[in-house]
Write a protein that binds this ligand. Structure first.
Ligand SMILES: N[C@@H](CCC(=O)N[C@@H](CS)C(=O)NCC(=O)O)C(=O)O
Length: 232
């Protein structure tokens, strides 16, 4: 991983158009932060998108949008991989091709099994869906290989872990909130069956790139507002 003191300077200036409550944008924000890249962060109000953003940056209007020199890149999986490829010294890909393939499989399985639970709670207001987390972990955990503390024994999260990190932090945020049945987090944190997943997830949430880009209070306020508007 890059030294905390030395910023990685990209060949062309990088601007990240993002929004603090967007988990997709968080992927790119995390990778830039973790790799200690020099970049400019621009917050976009998605409820009131600036005209200049739509006209001059991204007519599609979505975040993340990454500007590299004069070129525009979109789609979080692509912008995130671009940063990892631009800075090989940040070691965001596993060096062993098999480990790299497995880590991608792990992220795919996570998105297939765990992402839906986040969507049901944050967008559907169905907090009962959180009980499905245990079955989802059973399906995803076999691919979480040698996560000590991160995939393949890495001392920092690898790209596939960064892709899922925004959802891990948000699911834990919901589990810690008044909306979730308390027993779920209690079981996750005390039952030995889930200790491998829970330790990995806790380490991921605490890793500097993830922690430094996740404003829990703001995200919680967004969620509460959403739930309140659904009740109206
Ligand atoms: N598939 C896109 C999804 C990005 C996305 O949906 N971003 C949302 C915010 S979380 C957005 O920009 N919404 C504004 C809009 O759709 O107009 C990615 O991975 O980058």
């Amino acid at each position: 991983m890059a030294s905390a003191l030395t910023k990685l300077v990209p060949p062309k200036p990088i601007k990240l158009y993002s929004c603090v409550i967007c988990p997709w944008a968080a992927r790119t924000w995390i990778v830039l932060t973790q790799a200690n890249v020099e970049f400019e962060y621009i917050e976009i109000d998605l409820k009131n998108k600036p005209e200049w953003f739509l006209k001059e940056v991204n007519p599609g209007g979505k975040v993340p949008t990454l500007k590299y020199g004069n070129d525009i890149l979109i789609e979080s999986a692509i912008t995130t991989e671009f940063v990892a490829d631009l800075f090989p010294e940040a070691k965001l890909h596993a060096s062993d091709p098999f480990v790299r393939a497995q880590s991608r499989l792990m992220a795919d399985r996570f998105m297939e099994n765990v992402f839906g639970i986040y969507r049901e709670t944050a967008f559907g207001g169905n907090f009962g869906a959180l009980a499905k987390i245990f079955d989802a972990i059973d399906k995803f955990e076999p691919y979480l290989i040698n996560a000590k503390p991160f995939f393949g024994g890495s001392d920092h999260p690898l790209l596939p872990e960064i892709l899922i990190a925004p959802f891990v932090s948000r699911i834990y945020m919901v589990l810690e909130s008044e909306y979730a049945a308390k027993e779920i987090l209690e079981k996750l944190s005390t039952d030995p069956k889930y200790s491998y997943f829970h330790t990995w997830a806790t380490n991921l949430i605490a890793s500097p790139g993830v922690k430094g880009t996740f404003d829990k209070a703001l995200n919680m306020a967004w969620l509460s507002e959403r739930i309140a508007s659904q009740k109206k």
